[in-house]
Design a protein around this ligand. Structure first.
Ligand code: SF4
Length: 76
């Protein structure tokens, strides 16, 4: 699987997922199923809820497989 398929962005953040680190506890899917889906591709749907909720859930990932960074805003 190439890196692009594990990289997801909305206007605010970019989320990365490292499958080799994931311990498959499925905490993300259980606790925020609007975003982290087990049976649909792409499995992360950032449009599912607000960015702050996604960040909170990523911070609860026990393995560190999910990470995020804030997108830099373009000066307008
Ligand atoms: S919460 Fe983290 S470790 Fe658990 S299934 Fe999701 S990505 Fe994998």
């Amino acid at each position: 699987m190439d890196i692009q398929s594990n990289l997801f962005s909305n206007d605010d953040i970019t989320v990365t997922f490292e499958p080799e680190i994931c311990i498959h506890a499925e905490r993300c899917a259980r606790e925020l199923s609007e975003v982290f889906r087990t049976s649909v591709i792409p499995w992360i749907k950032l449009e599912g809820t607000e960015t702050d909720r996604i960040i909170n859930q990523i911070n609860r990932c026990p393995s560190g497989a999910l990470k995020y960074c804030r997108n830099t805003k373009k000066a307008s």
